[in-house]
Design a protein around this ligand. Structure first.
Ligand code: S3P
Length: 167
């Protein structure tokens, strides 16, 4: 049995959208690490990167995932860098929302790119994507092909979670 379900994947793959619908369907609480950090720090991720730097943000991510997993039965969405820089507490089922880079480019509007300091430069974002993919795969207990509609992704996940009785 797992205590929580943690969604991982690159920026713009749909972790938050999938997580919200999944939580509703499974009648679980939904938590978003970036959102928790922004609320606690009373600022945006962009501002945090500018004022305190990326390392500081990474330490907040580790603290947030440690604290949130003290509770159980939640669907938790993470920022794209969390599995790279933080250790994910045991007893969590880690699901990789796997997308191609071209799908991410199509999904992210200019406004959504602007909110992500590591997505301002498309070439750098692609390099990050290529560096990180194997880490996401290594960390995941289950991968879902996310180059399809949110409804289908959620459908696959609900089937898997209920079938395996993971939560
Ligand atoms: C980051 C991803 C962002 C956010 C921050 C850094 C990353 O979250 O945590 O901008 O390093 O990939 P999303 O994956 O929700 O965009």
């Amino acid at each position: 049995m797992y205590e929580n379900i943690i969604l991982i994947g690159f920026m713009g793959c749909g972790k938050t959208s999938v997580g919200k619908i999944l939580a509703r369907q499974l009648q679980k609480k939904f938590k978003d690490i970036d959102n928790i950090i922004e609320k606690e720090q009373k600022t945006t991720i962009t501002e945090l990167f500018k004022s305190k730097g990326e390392d500081y943000f990474r330490s907040l991510e580790q603290k947030a995932i440690n604290e949130i997993t003290q509770k159980t039965g939640q669907i938790i969405s993470t920022g794209g860098g969390l599995p790279i820089y933080s250790s994910i507490p045991n007893k969590s089922l880690v699901i990789y929302i796997e997308t191609g880079f071209h799908v991410i480019l199509n999904r992210l509007s200019q406004e959504e790119r602007d909110k992500r300091p590591l997505f301002h430069d498309e070439k750098k974002a692609l390099a990050l994507f290529n560096e990180r993919t194997h880490v996401y795969k290594e960390q995941a207990d289950f991968c879902v092909d996310a180059d399809q509609s949110i409804q289908l992704i959620v459908h696959v996940l609900v089937d898997y979670i209920l079938d395996q009785r993971v939560l």
